[in-house]
Design a protein around this ligand. Structure first.
Ligand code: FAQ
Length: 330
């Protein structure tokens, strides 16, 4: 359904004067901050935009397990291993809440997964970078989950009810993820010179990819204007990026690490930190499939899907037998 909807999607922003009476009533609800629920009337493009964003978000949670899963067997202590296991497992749960939210819009999880595996749907750019040392795991929790929280706290107020409610639950778990990450990187930054060097290396490599997570600059964002009019997004990409930089720079300073961007400077007049743009050509290249780990991540997901076929088939066969027995007994 989604693949078809995207082909016929309206280009540009819906203007009030061109809206049908139904669409005007829908927009009035949005403007009055009334949540849209699955059985309410909604424009096809609103539905398609939500399926795209929620689907990509779900895929990000699931693909996002891979860079950290890579370190579960190599975590330095039993405690760190247990924490990392719990965190990675939470990400799978977040994927499930989000696929379920997309199902309320009429799109199946199987279809979204198929589109991901065929390279027709995206997931967050950040997960196409490798995790090379243990400090990266701290940095992922702190910076990547930290960026995800900034975005997701805003999304708690998104206009679509099931997405908003999924975000409230996810944010509670994400805050544990970010704290465990900061705790892990703190141990490294305050540890031996070699550990501190690893922490600095992780921050240097992951800083720009983390600030790219918020998407292209507002000027280059194709969906923002309409998504903000529909309150699918309640803050712009650049607003959220600035919020993340402002909260993270003092944390880097507390760790005693060098700032990863020479352009970071407090701007008294704006009341915000100035910072340098990431290399946007790298961002667009990564989301086109050319990042350091894109091929590997997708191959991994496809292999997991294929290897798990016998479990899905078994569960379905069991459910069918159970349903048939129930019908026979009635
Ligand atoms: N990566 O017009 P916009 C997490 C695409 S969760 C890849 O600005 P939009 C938890 C965009 O899709 C992280 N693609 O797009 C965790 C569009 O392409 P399309 C995920 C990106 O949707 C932690 C094009 O660029 N969070 O990390 C990215 O209005 C640790 C134009 O961009 C969410 O998904 C990107 N970074 O705004 C899990 C939050 N940015 O579709 C495991 C929900 C943009 O036309 C371990 N999503 N693109 O082909 C959102 O808030 C929005 O979708 C944005 C992008 C803000 C990401």
């Amino acid at each position: 359904m989604y693949a078809q909807m995207i082909k016929t999607a309206h280009k540009g922003v819906h203007k009030r004067e061109d809206m049908s009476p139904e669409e005007r009533a829908f927009q009035d609800k949005i403007d009055a901050d009334i949540k849209i629920e699955p059985r309410d009337w909604m424009p096809d493009d609103y539905r398609a935009t939500l399926i795209r964003q929620i689907g990509q978000h779900a895929h990000s949670e699931v693909v996002g397990q891979l860079p950290e899963g890579n370190w579960i067997t190599r975590a330095p202590t039993l405690e760190r291993k247990a924490i990392l296991l719990a965190k990675v497992q939470d990400e799978a749960g977040h994927g499930l809440y989000l696929y379920s939210a997309a199902e309320t819009l009429g799109e199946t999880r199987d279809e979204l997964v198929r589109l991901l595996h065929e390279g027709r749907m995206k997931y967050s750019s950040i997960f196409n970078y490798p995790t090379l040392n243990w400090a990266d795991i701290g940095a992922v929790g702190w910076l990547v989950d930290g960026a995800a929280i900034v975005n997701q706290v805003a999304l708690q107020r998104t206009s679509y009810g099931p997405y908003s409610r999924a975000m409230i639950r996810i944010c509670k778990e994400e805050s544990f993820h970010a704290r465990q990450g900061y705790h892990a990187i703190m141990k490294m930054a305050f540890g031996t010179p070699e550990q501190k060097k690893q922490a600095q290396d992780a921050v240097n490599r992951l800083w720009f990819p983390a600030i790219m997570m918020f998407g292209p600059s507002d000027a280059d964002s194709t969906h923002s204007e309409q998504s903000m009019a529909w309150k699918i997004k309640v803050k712009s990409n650049d607003e959220l990026r600035q919020q993340f930089v402002d909260q993270t720079v003092p944390q880097i300073e507390y760790l005693g690490l060098d700032l990863p961007d020479p352009g970071i400077k407090w701007n008294e007049e704006r009341g915000h930190y100035d910072f340098s743009d990431p290399d946007w050509s790298e961002f667009f290249d990564v989301i086109k499939g050319n990042g350091p780990c894109n091929v590997d991540r997708l191959q991994n997901r496809v292999a997991a899907w294929e290897d798990g076929a016998w479990v899905r088939d078994g569960l379905l066969a069991h459910a069918e037998k159970k349903a048939a027995r129930k019908v026979a007994a009635e």
